[in-house]
Design a protein around this ligand. Structure first.
Ligand SMILES: Nc1ncnc2c1ncn2[C@@H]1O[C@H](COP(=O)(O)OP(=O)(O)OP(=O)(O)O)[C@@H](O)[C@H]1O
Length: 635
């Protein structure tokens, strides 16, 4: 290999190590003392291990001398000297065993603590990151990536601190001792020492590439796996179980094949390193024997030298893996950093105050918004919702209704304009305090695989059982809950699998009632409920909205007509605002929508679905004034 290319690679390797150390250091804050303590123990162990062959040498030389003098038993000074030598050997062995045990226990403790601290930071960050981050990453993929990366990073730091550094110390001590014993033997060792290092360095790049590809592969595989399990209803509905199983197993087999190929390459690298170590041992044994025969050394020296050579190549091999370990840690760090350093444009501003809602007025002031792709979704929206008022949002699918209400929760930030609650810009308050004041009931109700009681008190952890029951009564949920085998202690299954759509909605309403927020966001369910269930949900919603400022993404005609005002959104713009009667009188899109609804005779909940009819965009309709009561009868 041309030397310029090699020196280029070495420089890159050094840069990699320096960059990694620079990035890893802030993460190790708080662990300096425990790491230093374990490192101290490891260095002591290295010193004890390096001293052991000297004790053996002393014993062997003593015994050789005694044997040469045709001994008459081990009495007097000779006996004491042999006993002392034996005690030295025993002490060094015992010290090694004791230190190894202590080191193993302490280093595990430090690794586990580091693992805990990293998980704490990553979990907190994942919870803080904006919704868009989670929409762009699969749950399973994130879980698999986080687990693999944290394990990888912690074990790499442990390997470097507790194995590589003590190995380097042992190498230095052993080489110094060997040079003292016989410089020629030390030279023979040094001639072979760089070989395993070079072999390891060559393998490291390939290992890193492999690790990165494997991490991506497992992220995609487990991301899909969790998605399939989460969407098992759809999988079953389309009889895709076998197909999904085949797809998953093919991906696992492909991953395993890559792991096997990697293990084969690693084994080849290890055997090449082993061969170079064996060549070093053979050359030292030959040279040592020659030196002893020539009277240039003692048998003890040769035995000690062979012990050193035997013990040296393990650490040398370990040290050559340092580069691979550093690069592996780099891959892990990249992933964890991509989470910890992911931008959070919605983070609280420095000095943000808690929001205290007094009346509950909400104002959208020239609000525009676009998702990551830059396509405008909301354009210059102006809307002032008075305290205690209910405003229904109506418009075709994709016109930005859900997006508008999510801006109020600060799940996204407007690209222009601002949103005020009681005259306070929500960007200037803390996210937590804002979300405590805004309650939500979304159409895809999410229940946790926990008891009904835990699901109702979610968001109000201090609430008592009696308060939860009271909220459930107001939400028309108490009766059906009481009829369940375990009542409020019934576990609902993942995402509330054991409950009907209407029951889930009523639990969500009870949850919102218990939270008791002054501002409410409702995203009405589009899926039709049976008449009875719909009436129960509607009555619960009426109770929930009483006395609260409410923004509702409306799909039922009754909701729209019961609202104090209706906002017609089209193409991200506010097309009209008014009461039902006012909008009918204006004769625009809303009037056409209403007319079409009354003509079609579809169920109430189909009102929102009709908003999508293409003909509504153009169909001219005569303006008709219909009283609210009459319209309700028709709907
Ligand atoms: N996370 C997202 N990333 C990119 N675009 C999005 C995202 N969420 C929604 N959109 C797009 O923004 C537009 C408005 O979506 P939004 O969900 O607010 O509409 P909507 O009026 O509530 O529709 P619907 O009545 O069907 O629920 C749509 O074109 C949609 O494709």
């Amino acid at each position: 290999m041309p030397s310029s290319r090699r020196s280029g690679r070495d420089a890159t390797a050094l840069r990699d190590v320096r960059a990694l150390v620079g990035r890893a250091l802030p993460w190790l804050q708080g662990f300096e003392r425990p790491i230093a303590k374990v490192l101290g123990l490891a260095l002591l162990l290295a010193a004890a291990t390096a001293a052991a062959p000297l004790a053996v040498m002393y014993l062997v030389d003593l015994l050789t001398k005694v044997a040469a003098q045709a001994p008459r038993g081990l009495r007097g000074d000779v006996g004491r000297a042999v006993l002392f030598a034996l005690a030295l050997v025993a002490a060094s062995e015992l010290a090694q065993v004791w230190l190894s045990r202590l080191l193993a226990a302490r280093s595990w403790r430090v690794r586990l603590d580091m693992d805990f601290a990293l998980r704490e930071r990553v979990t907190a960050r994942l919870h803080q990151l904006p919704l868009t981050y989670h929409q762009q990453h699969t749950v399973g993929g994130t879980v698999s990536r986080v687990n693999t990366s944290i394990d990888g990073f912690v074990s790499a730091v442990g390997d470097l601190a507790f194995n590589a550094l003590p190995a380097a110390a042992y190498l230095a001590l052993a080489l110094a001792a060997l040079t003292q014993l016989d410089w020629r033997l030390a030279l023979a060792v040094c001639a072979f020492a760089p070989l395993p290092a070079l072999i390891g360095m060559r393998a490291a790049r390939e290992q890193t590439r492999r690790d990165r590809a494997l991490l991506d592969h497992w992220t995609a595989t487990f991301g899909r796996w969790t998605e399939v399990l989460a969407g098992i209803r759809t999988v079953k509905g389309f009889a895709m179980e076998r197909a999904e199983e085949r797809r998953f197993l093919a991906a696992v087999a492909q991953g395993n094949q890559r792991v096997t190929q990697g293990a084969r390459t690693d084994a080849r690298t290890a055997s090449l390193q082993g061969l170079s170590a064996a060549a070093a041992r053979l050359s030292v044994a030959t040279l040592g024997a020659w030196l002893v025969l020539r009277g240039h050394g003692t048998v003890g020296t040769l035995v000690a030298a062979l012990q050193y050579v035997g013990g040296l190549f393990g650490p040398i091999q370990g040290l050559t893996n340092v580069y691979a370990t550093v690069r592996r840690a780099g891959v892990s760090l990249e992933t964890v950093s991509s989470i910890l350093d992911a931008p959070d444009p919605l983070a609280d501003q420095p000095g943000a105050q808690d929001l205290a809602v007094t009346a509950g007025g909400v104002t959208f002031e020239s609000v525009s918004f676009a998702y990551g792709d830059g396509r405008p979704v909301l354009r210059d929206v102006n809307l002032a919702v008075r305290p205690g008022e209910t405003v229904a949002l109506v418009g075709p699918s994709g016109c930005g209704k859900t997006t508008l209400v999510s801006l109020l929760e600060r799940l996204h930030a407007p690209t222009a304009g601002r949103i005020l609650v009681d005259g306070v810009d929500i960007r200037s308050c803390t996210r937590q305090s804002l979300r405590r004041q805004v309650g939500t009931v979304m159409q895809d109700v999410h229940l946790f695989n926990d008891t009904i009681l835990a699901n109702i008190t979610y968001g109000a952890p201090g609430a008592t059982r009696e308060q939860a029951e009271e909220a459930a009564r107001a939400a028309n949920a108490h009766e059906f809950i009481e009829r369940l085998a375990q009542g409020y202690d019934t576990v609902v299954g993942e995402r509330g699998a054991g409950l009907s759509g209407g029951q889930k909605q009523r639990i969500a309403i009870a949850r919102a009632l218990l939270k008791n927020p002054p501002i409410l966001v409702l995203d009405e369910a589009t899926s039709a409920l049976d008449n009875e269930s719909e009436a129960l949900v509607q009555a619960a919603l009426d109770r929930l909205t009483q006395g609260r400022t409410t923004l509702v993404v409306a799909h039922r005609l009754s909701t729209v007509m019961d609202a104090d005002r209706i906002v017609v959104l089209r193409g991200g713009r506010v097309e009209a605002i008014g009461t039902h009667e006012e909008l009918l009188a204006q004769g625009g899109y809303y009037a056409r929508l209403f007319a079409r609804h009354t003509r079609s005779g579809v169920r109430e909940s189909g009102f929102g679905a009709l908003a999508d009819s293409p003909e509504l965009a153009t169909e001219p309709q005569p303006t008709r004034r219909i009283s609210r009561q009459r319209a309700r009868r028709v709907g």
